[in-house]
Structures are given as structure tokens and as C-alpha cells.
Design a protein around this ligand. Structure first.
Ligand code: NAD
Length: 481
């Protein structure tokens, strides 16, 4: 069986413990490869390599760093089909989605930051004829980059690219649930001739490898994407060590449909926002609020469209919904479907594990799109992040009421509004407490804009200039004139 390896100091290496974890294909429930059960010793080795690489890499001209990132992007693009299949098997998402969204976005992430550093500006401030201040933005050193399983290569590369583009070296940790594409990225970096130690990838459990990265005294900067509970743990360790941290955490995103919306678009995009990637995107709209006079029609149409989504073997063409990523996540989704019933909700479609989609996938973790009505905004199903194909639809009467509902959770990652009233769109967007507000669209991403959450959805921002700032230290030089 294929044994994955860490990528340390330019080489693929076995874990020092000699131990491996099972890597399960969620569409079959079968172990199909082994992932290193890394620990603090592997992290130490990766940090040593990153430390040795830092003086050379941080002094490498931006143009040369940019060329290295471009080569990595080309390498990913060359192996796009292979990576998409690997991601599909590792994660359970439809192959078509990995092919059209996840892997192309990883290519874009590297190209975006490879070119961004060629256009970076520096700031100067003149102090009334007394002095000239200029800001040097210097790399911060060794960065710890920790990512989740839902968009494995996409999210890991969203951290790696800006970290190394700005002259840092890095120790990255993919989720142990979906390690395959990070392993393949390691191979691509070797093929692309990235100098040893610039990027290191250590596999293993969060409580061992993730915790060791967060606590390592030589890691100055931690960029973490994952659940809010884990984020709190990361902050608890990193904050007293005065590390710079960015936390991209959970969401319970409102999707608000006013009666004047373009209903065809509102329905089809709300279904996509609810169920894309089996509802396992942090930006999914899992609480749909619909203005009362449009509510009944919207619910009927939403259920009709969602009911047509084809659940099936993720490797098959034409499949919209694949497998849930793991048994643990599958159990969690099932738990919340049952909780919805206990809380008095009405399940319109779904609500229980799906029968086997074919012979190959007999042991897989399949859960159908689930639509619930009749639950108030305060119940647990509408307050807690489920991170699966479960959506609740709730009526509202006026703007103030729905803004109250939208803001009344611990989270604040993203929100979506559907209305043709321009003034209302701007007014509501301004009052909803989310890091991103989409108006008449969903998941339309421009890599230049700040990305991140408010409240318990995180601290710090990724994307564009925000990422370039995060991974650099601004030093002011004041020269008397
Ligand atoms: P998770 O928090 O369980 O794990 C995320 C990563 O942290 C994994 O690599 C894991 O191994 C590691 N980890 C676990 N314990 C750790 C510890 N004590 N110290 C350091 N690292 C540790 O999250 P998950 O289940 O992999 O992902 C789902 C969550 O991620 C959801 O809550 C989702 O909303 C969130 N997410 C957020 C964004 C965003 O941009 N805000 C994007 C994608 C996913």
C-alpha cells in the first residue's frame, strides 16, 4: 500500500516514529494509503531545515522567488488530472469539482502571489522637512501553516504561496484526513527545484504535529484554517508566545432572500451555496432566510432543485454530490439531522444516510441533501456549525428582523443577499456582521480582496495585500534630513 512521506529539507522522508495512520477513501470506507503519524521530532527536523534555508531564501531577489512559484504552478497544472483524482479519492468530492475548482485554484494561488510580489509597493512618509521615513517589509522567518480537509490543496496553497513568495520559509501541515495532494505538491516542489527547506510538509495528527508547530519557539507566525474550537487552542498556545497569528475558522452563514429577488437565480444559487462540496465549504449558506410573502414558493422551488441533485460515486461523471469526508463527519451530520427532528423541525428531503450509491461505494459515507423547515433561528441546528449537506429555511417579515437573525450567532464569516433593490442591498450589507457579503451571487472570489471572518469566525485576513502584510514585518527607517 502506498506510504506517503514528509517533505523535509528537500527530500521525501519517513516519520521518525516509523508509525503510520490509515488514510481512508470516504466513498468506499476502505483504507487506501498510509500517512505518516508525525510528531514533534519531525517538526523539529522541518524547523531546522527551514531555519537553514531562511538566510538564502529571504535574500533571493523577488524575481527569482517569483520564478520558483511559477514553476510550482506549472507543475500543478501539468498534473491537474492526477491531482483532481487524488483529491476526489481523498476527500469524497465529485471529480468534476476537484478538476474545475480545487486544483485550478491552487494553480491560481501560486501565480497570484508569484506576480503580486513583483508589483509590491513600499511606503514613504516625509516629516515636515525633518526626516524621511520609509517602511521596509521584511519576511518574518519560519511560518507554520495548518489547514483543514474540505478544500485541501486549495487552502494549503493559499497559505504556502504568500508565505514563501514574501521570503519566509515554512512548515506546513495538511489535514491528516486528506493528505494526498500535499504529498503530491511536495513531489512537484522537488521537480520544480525549490531550494531545500524553503517549504517543508509534515503529516500527522493535529494534537501532535499541529500542536508542535503552534508551540515551536522558532516558528514566529502561524496561519491556521480549521474549526473554531481548534482555533481557540492554537490561540491559547501562540498568543502568550507573541506569535503573529491568523485564524480562519467556522461559519454559520446567512443567506437572505428578499421577495423582490430574481427568484430563478436566488433559488439555483442558494441550492449551490447550501450543498456545494456536500455543504463542506466554510462559506456555505446553511441558514436561508426568506421574506414571508415569497417563502412558500421559494421553499417549493428550493426543494425541487435540491431534490434533483445527483448523489453518487464521486468518480462518475454527472454526479453533483459525493461522499462526506469521513465517518466522524458523517456521524456528525446524522446527529444534527436527528437533532433537527428533536427540536421540532420538519425534514422536507434527506435527513438520513443514503443507501449505497453503487457496488464500489457500498461502505462509503453518503448523506443526501437535507432541507429543514419549522425551526426558529435560536435552536441548536440554526446556531451550531454542521458543515454538511443540511440547510434550514426560515421566514422573516422585515429587514430589521432578518438583520437581527443574521447577526445572532457566534460566527461572522460570510453572508449572501438576494434583492433587486440597490439601496437595500448596500444598507443590509453594511449592517450584517460578516467578513464577506455577497449580493446576488455566491462564492465569486477575487484573490485581491481581504478574506476572513468576524467574531468566532476568526481573526486576521488572508488574500491580496492582507496576506503580503501578514507574512512580513514592517520596519520603519527614519532618516533625518
Ligand atoms: P480542525 O480544526 O479539526 O482541523 C484543522 C487543522 O488543524 C487540521 O490540519 C488538524 O490536524 C489541525 N489541528 C487539530 N488539532 C490541532 C491542535 N491542537 N493544534 C494545531 N492544529 C491542530 O478542522 P477540520 O475539521 O479539518 O475543518 C473543518 C473546519 O474548518 C470547519 O469548522 C470549517 O468552517 C473550517 N474552515 C474554515 C475556513 C475559513 O476560511 N474560515 C475554510 C475552510 C474550513
Amino acid at each position: 500500500m502506498l506510504k506517503l512521506a514528509h517533505y523535509i529539507n528537500g527530500h521525501l522522508v519517513a516519520p521518525l516514529s516509523g508509525q503510520y495512520l490509515d488514510n481512508v477513501d470516504p466513498s468506499t470506507g476502505q483504507v487506501y494509503s498510509l500517512v505518516p503519524d508525525g510528531d514533534a521530532r519531525d517538526v523539529d527536523a522541518a524547523v531546522d531545515a527551514a531555519e537553514k534555508a531562511f538566510p538564502g531564501w529571504s535574500k533571493t531577489p523577488a524575481e527569482a522567488r517569483s520564478a520558483h512559484l511559477m514553476k510550482i504552478a506549472d507543475g500543478i497544472e501539468r498534473r491537474l488530472e492526477e491531482l483532481a483524482r487524488a483529491e476526489c479519492v481523498d476527500n469524497g468530492k465529485p471529480l468534476a469539482m476537484a478538476r474545475s475548482l480545487d486544483i485550478p485554484r491552487a494553480v491560481k494561488n501560486f501565480r497570484f502571489f508569484a506576480t503580486a510580489i513583483l508589483h509590491a509597493r513600499s511606503e514613504t512618509h516625509v516629516t515636515d522637512g525633518l526626516a524621511l521615513n520609509y517602511t521596509l517589509r521584511q519576511p518574518r522567518g519560519i511560518c507554520g501553516l495548518i489547514s483543514p480537509w474540505n478544500l485541501p490543496l486549495y487552502l494549503l496553497s493559499w497559505k504556502i504561496a504568500p508565505a514563501i513568495a514574501t521570503g519566509n520559509t515554512a512548515v506546513a501541515k495538511p489535514s491528516e484526513v486528506t493528505p494526498m495532494t500535499a504529498y503530491m505538491l511536495s513531489e512537484i516542489c522537488i521537480e520544480a527545484g525549490l531550494p531545500p527547506g524553503v517549504l517543508n510538509v509534515v503529516h500527522g495528527l493535529g494534537a501532535k504535529v499541529g500542536a508542535a508547530i503552534t508551540a515551536h519557539p522558532k516558528i514566529t507566525t502561524v496561519s491556521f484554517t480549521g474549526g473554531t474550537v481548534t482555533g481557540r487552542e492554537v490561540a491559547r498556545t501562540a498568543a502568550p508566545m507573541f506569535k503573529k497569528i491568523a485564524l480562519e475558522l467556522g461559519g454559520k452563514n446567512p443567506n437572505i432572500v428578499f421577495a423582490d429577488a430574481d427568484m430563478d437565480k436566488a433559488v439555483s444559487e442558494s441550492v449551490r451555496a447550501a450543498f456545494a462540496n456536500q455543504g463542506q465549504i466554510c462559506l456555505c449558506g446553511s441558514r436561508v432566510f426568506v421574506e414571508r410573502q415569497a417563502y412558500d414558493t421559494f421553499v417549493d422551488r428550493f426543494v425541487a432543485v435540491a431534490g434533483k441533485l445527483r448523489l453518487g460515486d464521486p468518480l462518475e461523471a454527472g454526479v453533483d454530490q459525493g461522499a462526506i469526508v469521513s465517518k466522524a463527519q458523517f456521524d456528525k451530520v446524522n446527529y444534527y439531522a436527528n437533532l433537527a427532528r428533536e427540536e421540532g423541525g420538519k425534514i422536507l428531503i434527506g435527513g438520513a444516510p443514503a443507501p449505497a450509491v453503487n457496488e464500489r461505494c457500498r461502505g462509503g459515507y453518503f448523506f443526501p441533501p437535507t432541507v429543514i423547515t419549522g425551526l426558529g433561528p435560536q435552536c441548536r441546528v440554526n446556531q451550531e456549525e454542521i458543515f454538511g449537506p443540511v440547510v434550514s429555511i426560515i421566514p422573516f417579515y422585515d429587514e430589521a428582523e432578518v438583520i437581527g437573525y443574521a447577526n445572532d450567532t457566534a460566527y461572522g464569516l460570510s453572508a449572501t443577499l438576494w434583492t433587486q433593490n440597490l439601496q437595500r442591498a448596500h444598507r443590509v450589507a453594511e449592517r450584517v456582521n460578516s467578513g464577506t457579503v455577497w449580493v446576488n451571487c455566491w462564492l465569486l472570489r477575487d484573490l485581491r480582496v481581504p478574506f476572513g471572518g468576524m467574531k468566532q469566525s476568526g481573526v486576521g485576513r488572508e488574500g491580496g495585500d492582507e496576506a503580503l502584510r501578514f507574512f512580513t514585518e514592517p520596519k520603519n527607517v527614519c532618516v533625518a534630513i
